[in-house]
Write a protein that binds this ligand. Structure first.
Ligand code: NDP
Length: 339
């Protein structure tokens, strides 16, 4: 059973050398009388939050167990049940949920796994648009930002796994949507594939404040923040009265040993802005409602989706790290097997 382990805690920018592929004996039989499952992992999701779990914390992370040096990474993935002692799961069932970055994983408690219902949709989509990333976009836009028709919406990291879905859902809601991304290829994708009203390459802008003034002459109602840092500072200067800022992620800060401060918070008061963080893991009870809606959009061609696929466990560490230099165009995932 080949697996990706974390070699040691990480400070600063992560590197491929901080992870290692090891082969281990597979102790993957279901003990008699237990409710354990054995999963064959098909697709693994690369997610920016995994970086945070590599840091040595004085207090554990509040949203997922920290990674332990010497042990396998854990993330979200799509898997096939190859042995089951649990009455609700049988050989051949397809599931998505938390699993190891390895070929086979033993799951002592399958309560957190979701069965995959729509096999007419590509299975890999359950690592993204029909999995954690899609639910994040949906909750962040509707439950947190309360998006409604006519809102002016700005999304950062807009071509990524979460951003591309946020923008398209906002368009379906009747919003005016602009996205920022870090390459011309991504910026084009936003307009040509995902139907954003406009988009810009933030790396080519001298001054983010004047860029936002240009794209939002009347100001921003909703900022879906995936990046934090300088972009958030500029957005705070461009929000409208009663605006909402969904704090989804701050990827610009994840590899800094000391996070940057935020200077423009006064705008929250003068413009009566609500700025709210959320963690998608608190919303899995909404998954089935979301899945039904999103599967419908996908099958009706109302939502488009772009994946960036890496083949094989050997390349998994590089794929994960590539998120932090913007190597991925769309949802980054790793294929281990197709069935
Ligand atoms: P993406 O697919 O968007 O990949 C990450 C992207 O972030 C890169 O492609 C790059 O795009 C951009 N990026 C990388 N480094 C920087 C930087 N220093 N400054 C600005 N942008 C950078 O990832 P996801 O869609 O999976 O995640 C997006 C955000 O959502 C992340 O912050 C993540 O942590 C957060 N998240 C939060 C959840 C929650 O529950 N709150 C759940 C899931 C995700 P570009 O080339 O455009 O710069």
């Amino acid at each position: 059973n080949r697996r990706v382990i974390l070699k040691g805690h990480v400070t600063g920018f992560p590197s491929e050398d901080g992870m290692e592929i090891v082969s281990g004996m597979a102790h993957l039989a279901v003990p008699p009388g237990s409710a354990v499952l054995v999963l064959k992992n098909l697709y693994l999701s690369c997610d920016p939050y995994m970086r945070g779990l590599m840091t040595k914390h004085e207090r554990p992370s509040s949203y997922a167990p920290d990674f332990i040096p010497g042990e396998v990474l854990v993330g979200y993935g799509v898997s096939k049940v190859v042995a089951s002692g649990h009455p609700d799961f049988k050989f051949g069932d397809l599931v998505w949920g938390r699993t190891g970055w390895e070929e086979f994983t033993l799951i002592p408690n399958p309560e957190s796994l979701f069965k995959i219902n729509h096999t007419e949709i590509p299975l890999s989509y359950y690592t993204g648009v029909l999995g954690m990333s899609g639910l994040t976009a949906y909750i962040g836009l509707y439950d947190v930002a309360k998006a409604k028709k006519g809102d002016f919406v700005f999304v950062s990291a807009a071509s990524g796994a979460v951003g591309q879905i946020v923008g398209q859902l906002a368009k379906l809601t009747g919003c005016y949507v602009v996205g920022s991304a870090g390459s011309d290829e991504k910026v084009n994708l936003l307009k040509t594939k995902f139907g954003f009203d406009d988009s810009f390459n933030y790396k080519k802008e001298q001054d983010l404040n004047s860029a936002l003034q240009r794209y939002f002459p009347e100001g921003i109602d909703i900022y879906f923040d995936n990046v934090g840092g300088a972009m958030l500072e500029a957005v705070l200067l461009n929000m409208r009265v009663h605006g909402r800022i969904t704090m989804c992620g701050m990827i610009s800060q994840y590899n800094l040993e000391k996070h940057e401060g935020t200077r423009n918070l006064m705008n929250l008061i003068s413009k009566r802005i609500r700025m709210e963080g959320f963690v998608v893991f608190d919303y899995f009870s909404e998954y089935h409602k979301f899945e039904l809606e999103m599967a419908g959009y996908l099958m009706d061609g109302k939502i488009d989706y772009v994946e960036d696929i890496t083949e094989g466990l050997d390349k998994a560490p590089a794929a994960l790290i590539g998120l932090f230099t913007g190597c991925n165009v769309g949802k980054k995932l790793i294929t281990l097997a197709r069935e």
